[in-house]
Structure formats: structure tokens, C-alpha cells
Design a protein around this ligand. Structure first.
Ligand code: ADP
Length: 274
């Protein structure tokens, strides 16, 4: 039931309205119920996922208390606590991001998004992680491409793909980010020669919280939410994301987004310059 009111389907049945409006209300109710189901599911998953790092932080804090007179042990437990709390912070941040995206609401103020800038920022953002593994991250392809939407969202999607490519590659390998125009779309591909994804798992990696072999990947500090964020960003922008992968050889993730239509192009103001 809606807060303080009749359930919407009852309103629809009794309302003395034209049939089209009643139908719209019933459809609205069906959609509402679906959204509610997704939300309930999500909350259940979130509570489950949060319990692990929260529990770990508590146990580690107790260990610090117990080891008060052993500075080395205190240092060890405290640094593990830091790792867990960083993971917790990342998890909470991604949960908030994803729940915003799951509304599937149309973008509020779509603006032109420069793919050059988005790619450069994503490459920049992984420099530290890449350098730690001596991995080279290279940006290639067509310059000057633009899509329309949210720079923050498209930026987060590309950053997630590049971060994954680095996280799931062996040291000293190479990650390439390319972009090109194909018809009315912009294709951004992130290519790695990393561990790849087993064929049976490829279908599932875009699900919320799904991780291939979580025990083995624990060291990457991942949350299993990155790719579902990418999928939602693609959907809200009218695009999609695909993956091609061979286990043990590498993966290519391709994010496809509609190119900025010509009519949105700003007038050539530079022609006024001296
Ligand atoms: P995570 O935070 O665990 O990286 P994602 O949703 O981004 O979560 O990815 C889900 C899972 O898909 C990862 O845990 C990993 O098993 C797999 N995966 C994602 N990207 C790659 C990649 N480039 N190479 C190999 N496996 C990947």
C-alpha cells in the first residue's frame, strides 16, 4: 500500500475514470511492483554483502584490543582493518551509485560527453594500480568522439572497465583502450591479456555482486558491482556492453553508446576568433 492511501490497484479499479487512464494506472502498478521486487532483492543482497566486511572490522578491532602489548601484532591487525574498511567504503559508494542508476529514470540534463576526456581520466585513475603491477595502459583510436549523457556515469563505466582490466591481468602485461565510431555509435573497447573469464561464467558477470572465484579474487578488493554499474550506465544511455573472453588469454569489454547527433553540435564559435 502507498503510505497513507489505498493500494494503487484498488484506486485503479474504483476510480470513475476513462478506460485508458485506468489501464495506465494498472500498468503503473505492475511496473511499481516490479521495481519493488528488484529493490527488495537488492536490499537483501546488500545486507548480506555488508555483513562480511563489517564483521571483519569488528573481529580485527577485538584482535587489536587483545594484542595491546604486542606492537607488531597491533600493526598487522590495524592494517588489515584499514583494508577492510576501504573495501567497505568502496562497497557503500558503489551501492549508492547503483541504486541511483536502478531507478532507470531518464537522464536529467544530458550534455555532450567527450570520450577523449573520459578515456584519459580512466587511464589516469588506474595509473597507481597499473604501476604497482608494471602494467602499461594505453589509449588509442579516434579522437574527438562525443556521446550525449552524463559525463559522471560514462566516466564511471569506462573507469570500471579499465580498473578491471588492470586488476585481472598479470604483472607486466598491457591494457589497451580504443575508441572508434561505427555507424551511429561510439565503441569503446578495453582489451587485456589477463586471466580471462570461463565460458560458463561470462553470462553472469554483469549480475550484481557476482564474482568469478571470489576467494581467488579477494586480493583485488572487488565488490562484484562494477560491471552491473557499467550495464546500467549503458542502458540509461541507450547503448550496451559486450564481452569477449578466453580463459587464460584475456578479455575485451566493449561499451557501445549512441554518438552525439550532429544537430547537438555547438555552433562553430571559433570562426569568430581573430
Ligand atoms: P569486481 O568488483 O569483483 O571486479 P565486477 O562487477 O567489476 O566486480 O566484475 C565481476 C567479475 O567479473 C569479477 O569479480 C571478475 O571475476 C570478472 N571480471 C571482470 N572484468 C574482468 C576482466 N577484465 N578479466 C577477467 N575477469 C573479469
Amino acid at each position: 500500500p502507498r503510505p497513507g492511501g489505498l493500494p494503487r490497484h484498488v484506486v485503479a479499479r474504483v476510480a470513475p475514470l476513462g478506460s485508458r487512464l485506468v489501464l495506465a494506472l494498472v500498468e503503473d502498478r505492475t511496473r511499481e511492483r516490479r521495481v519493488e521486487e528488484v529493490r527488495r532483492d537488492f536490499v537483501a543482497n546488500v545486507s548480506h554483502e555488508l555483513k562480511t566486511p563489517v564483521g571483519a572490522v569488528r573481529i580485527l578491532a577485538e584482535a587489536v584490543q587483545d594484542a595491546a602489548d604486542d606492537p607488531e601484532a597491533v600493526h598487522h591487525f590495524a592494517s588489515r582493518m584499514l583494508t577492510e574498511s576501504e573495501r567497505l567504503a568502496r562497497l557503500v559508494g558503489q551501492i549508492i551509485e547503483l541504486s541511483r542508476l536502478q531507478g532507470d529514470e531518464p537522464l536529467e540534463h544530458p550534455t555532450p560527453v567527450s570520450i577523449d576526456e573520459v578515456v584519459a581520466a580512466a587511464v589516469d585513475g588506474t595509473q597507481l594500480a597499473a604501476a604497482a603491477k608494471d602494467i602499461a595502459v594505453l589509449a588509442e583510436g579516434e579522437a574527438g568522439l562525443k556521446v550525449v549523457g552524463s559525463e559522471k556515469q560514462v566516466g564511471a563505466a569506462v573507469a570500471n572497465l579499465v580498473a578491471n582490466a588492470v586488476a585481472y591481468s598479470e604483472p607486466t602485461s598491457r591494457v589497451v583502450v580504443t575508441r572508434r565510431r561505427v555507424g551511429d555509435d561510439v565503441e569503446i573497447s578495453v582489451i587485456d591479456r589477463g586471466i580471462g573469464i570461463p565460458e560458463a561464467e561470462v553470462e553472469r558477470i554483469f549480475e550484481r555482486f557476482y564474482r568469478v572465484d571470489p576467494a581467488r579474487h579477494r586480493s583485488t578488493g572487488g565488490t562484484g558491482l562494477g560491471l552491473s554499474i557499467v550495464k546500467h550506465v549503458a542502458a540509461t544511455h541507450g547503448g550496451d556492453v559486450r564481452v569477449w573472453s578466453v580463459e587464460g588469454q584475456g578479455s575485451t569489454f566493449t561499451l557501445t553508446l549512441p554518438v552525439q547527433p550532429e544537430r547537438h553540435t555547438a555552433p562553430a564559435q571559433h570562426s569568430l576568433a581573430p
